[in-house]
Write a protein that binds this ligand. Structure first.
Ligand SMILES: [Zn+2]
Length: 353
């Protein structure tokens, strides 16, 4: 069977959408599709092997040893609305961590926006150049290539981010990115907090190797699953093979336009193709309260129904002996859990004096 989809990837990007995970047309901004580098991941980027990729210590004040995540907004009109939402998400993390980087909070993360020397914000792309360099314009040459770019999408329900830090990122092989709509619903700010988790390097909790002991994936409830399954069978795959590959191969799901890649299970803590593996830290117990653990409504065909049959992911109920006796839906986690905070302190420990 010839597989028409690409098997090489660029930067890791995970979508988190209740509606469509696709980027959509926008009348507010002059772009029609995301850069292709943003929807794929892998090749062309120096691969650091099967390890988590936290952002590096880069503090100009050597004694503090902070990890300063520098960011820019793609466009200044987008920044006007997006800055508030982005800062809200950062604040939720910082509050959960017990405050700014320091010995009391036990972490070393800081964020820094880029500015011109006169104090005006420095956008990622040179204003007015989008026509010749779609979709956003020409990359601002004064900015380092590894900077986190905050980008607009028009779908109010979706958000996306790259995972962790890669050496050698650029416009062609995919930058460190986070994207969301300028009018992103602030009542669901937890989705941006989740995306920041990806930026730090966190993977989905429900994709851990041991997830089947704690949650149950309800594949048919995933938006687009049945359509994708039918499309695969129309292309000649048997039902068994199509289901197996939808449930285990990210690229197969992508090709058939189903977000099953966000539900694939790691093997020994490793997700993704062999030429571009990425790692889930499974050293602590499974954390159902993690912000990185999808809610039952995520990617559901009927996210508001509350019915178990519409839940894409359910929580196992166990008896006193630990036997599974049923499964139930559960709501969104809206703030970093104790385990999420521990993850940050482990990978970004306070190193200062
Ligand atoms: Zn995610």
């Amino acid at each position: 069977m010839k597989l028409p989809f690409a098997t090489t990837y660029l930067l890791i990007l995970l979508t988190c959408s209740l509606a469509s995970p696709q980027y959509a047309q926008s009348s507010d901004y002059n772009f029609s599709s995301p850069p292709s580098s943003l929807v794929e991941r892998g090749a062309g980027v120096s691969n650091q092997g099967n390890i988590l990729r936290p952002w590096p210590v880069n503090d100009p004040v050597a004694s503090r040893k902070l990890t300063v995540i520098e960011f820019c907004f793609a466009l200044l009109p987008f920044r006007e609305q997006a800055l508030f939402r982005f800062m809200m998400a950062i604040d939720i993390w910082i509050n959960a961590l017990g405050g700014e980087a320091g010995p009391h909070s036990g972490h070393s993360i800081a964020f820094q926006e880029t500015f011109y020397s006169d104090g005006t914000p420095l956008p990622c792309y040179i204003p007015g150049t989008a026509q010749n360099h779609p979709p956003y314009g020409q990359w601002n040459p004064v900015l380092p290539s590894h900077i986190l770019q905050i980008m607009p999408v028009s779908d109010r329900d979706s958000a996306v981010a790259s995972v962790g830090y890669r050496v050698g990122v650029n416009l062609e092989n995919g930058r460190h990115s986070m994207a969301f709509a300028p009018d992103f619903d602030v009542e669901r700010i937890y989705m941006l907090v989740h995306e920041l988790g990806h930026v730090f390097g966190m993977m989905h909790e429900h994709q851990r190797s041991d997830r089947d002991d704690f949650v149950q994936i309800n594949w048919p409830a995933i938006s687009g699953y049945e359509t994708g399954l039918q499309a695969a069978m129309t292309e000649g795959f048997s039902k068994e093979e199509a289901e197996y590959r939808l449930q285990t191969e990210e690229a197969f799901g992508k090709y058939f336009n189903v977000p099953t890649g966000d539900f694939n299970k790691a093997v020994n803590g490793i997700l993704g193709p062999p030429d571009d593996p990425y790692t889930i830290d499974e050293s602590s117990p499974y954390d159902i309260d993690s912000l990185m653990n999808y809610a039952s409504a995520h990617y559901s065909l009927a996210p508001d129904s509350g019915d178990a049959k519409d839940a894409t992911i359910l929580k196992w109920v166990k008896d006193e002996s630990g036997n599974k006796i049923g499964s139930v839906p559960y709501p969104h986690n809206t703030a970093p859990s104790v385990g999420d905070v521990a993850w940050i302190r482990k990978w970004y420990p306070w190193r200062g004096a």
